[in-house]
Design a protein around this ligand. Sequence first.
Ligand code: HDD
Length: 709
Amino acid sequence: MERRDSKDRSLDAARTNDDNSWLTTQQGVRVEHTDDSLKAGVRGPTLLEDFHAREKITHFDHERIPERVVHARGAGAYGYFKAYDTRLRDYTAAEFLTEPKLTTPVFVRFSTVAGSRGSADTVRDVRGFATKFYTKQGNYDLVANNMPVFFIQDGVKFPDFVHAVKPEPASEIPQAQSAHDTFWDFVWLHPESLHMVMWLMSDRALPRSYRMMQGFGVHTFRLVDFEGNGTFVKFHWRPILGSHSLEWAECQRIAGADPDYNRRDLWDAIEAGQFPEFELGVQLISELREHDFDFDLLDPTKIVPEEQVPVQPVGRMVLNRNPQNFFAETEQVAFHTANVVPGIDFTNDPLLQARNFSYLDTQLIRLGGPNFSQLPINRPVVEVHTNQRDGYGQHTIHTHPTSYTKNSLGNGCPMSMTQQEPPLDVYRHYTQRVEGEVIRRRSESFNDHYSQARLFWNSMKEVEQQHIRDAFCFELSKVSSKYVRQRVTEQIAHVDPGLAMGVARKVGVPEPEDFGAALHNDASSALSQVYPVAGFDDAPPSIESRRIAALVCDGVDDTGIRKLASALSAEGALLDLIGPAEGAIRGESGHSVDVSVGLSSTASVLYDAVIVPGGDIAALIETNGSAKHFLLEAFKHHKAVAAFGAGVEVLRRNGLTDAETSPVLVADEEGVIVTSHSGQELPDEFIRSFIDAVALHRIWNRETSHITA
Ligand code: HDD
């Protein structure tokens, strides 16, 4: 059992368990039974005086709260954050970032953006990555996404943007999809969205796991030191397992096979003790360099390329505990960009400025009043003393005689810093000079919408570009207005004319003109996800927590499977034995082997790799359509495929390998690994080659040979 932290202990007062209890009303009165209402005669009408029935039904009637207006679907986890060292001490007064001895409890909520609370996980969408740090200086919320830019530059546009991406107003179709008319109408009319749209059309919008995606604070924030000096900062989360994505065709299948795919993955990993880890990195930019870039640091549609300002790792977050009640914890958690602690401040990014208003405002309706910060999940781990009183759901019994400042009757308490020597923990806003005309206009420095969209495109490997092209075609083919399709392709032409023409041809609109103006060949190596990836090269690829399927049936080489299973488990991977039915089979050695799951209850898309073992396996794959499909679908999605002993012949007959009938080891460039050996003789190199192929995540060599413009 991991050590309990201050946040976890503070939740004890709110926890309740019904073990060994009697059923009562809300008033604690024991209820006789709850299966029949109180009636006048057994067939008579129900009586109003049945206070139990009324209370039960009334409470039920009021159980739902409004879902989040965006990011409605999410999954949460607790954990902790620890700074690596004191290196940020020169930049910020935020102790949790600078004191390596401190362990700061956190709660993280990952989410999709567009879909409703019950929508599928594997939709094409941005992912939210919001972290609440329960620090000793109060709560700090880093309300981030898995993409480093945003669709709009000014928060006043947020309702417009969200209305456009949400389902069409008349039909409420489609759910959790950007593939419809209003979204793309918004895009062509707002070229500022194009950089983000490139990210959205890329594989970044399809994370394999919440544990395998990056997080970005998006805005330029400000660190402030003890003397009040500011430094611009961009926050980055980097997953220790690497950044990996699914393929779009898989996502669509998984949305049916397991709509909870990402939240289940997070939950299961934590339950299995495979705790997700993320490294926090910062890009620090001196205020003197504010105008040194060819974009505006205040523009949230721009990244600061890592080639220009490297990301420095400053700490590590580990998620090690699942919530105990989804509603109480994950649903009621309330994040707010303006929840900052001393040492962290804002900039004038107009998107951030609006967010600082919106998050508090939205909780007032969502959580029903001004006391939501008293909900157990939202409470800080430090004492709270305000002069705020009353309101719906007030949980605190304030016993102090005064609730105003200044006062003498309450001994001047709670004290503000004017009444006492100022402690270092006081939040002081960054002092800055502000002047200007009151004006409703955007800065001209926000005008370049295409250069970084192109930077992203240029930074993609060929296969990633192909996926972006396919995504544009898929999405635009769902847009019924040919006019909108055409206008979008014209916008894409500003990013890359070749891309725009390819898309136009596929979606049946005239090829757009070639606008050469924004074209450049700059690229940033940190943007691609195909291994090797800049920033991840130092970490050896890992297969920890990857799910691997072995197809099994009576007569299978169970000795070989056991050998393989122990090697995979030593690397932290999970091996599931998929058989024709659940229960047990009899292996080649005569031993009984438990099947993990029957073929009809699972799907190939839920696994990262597939193994065809030796023994009497051919019959299964050749006579069972589901088994054959399972194998071929894994191959189709570029996953590592391995076979040993008689399993090699099965791959050969299905055209997955052209290895001869009895190879010792063939590990081809297409990620198909075979050996004729089996049982105890399974070569270590075979197992190693398979592990290396799984660690690559996908074997894109299989795809690049088929790329078409
Ligand atoms: Fe937002 C939720 C992230 C722009 C208004 N946002 C929300 C969540 C995340 C983000 C992760 C879910 C929090 C949770 O799990 O409870 N939002 C972002 C990022 C943005 C961004 C990274 C751009 C950089 N958001 C943005 C703007 C506005 C909002 C410009 C309004 C002007 N966001 C909200 C909100 C939500 C929200 C309406 C819905 C539920 C909630 O806040 O608690 O206030």
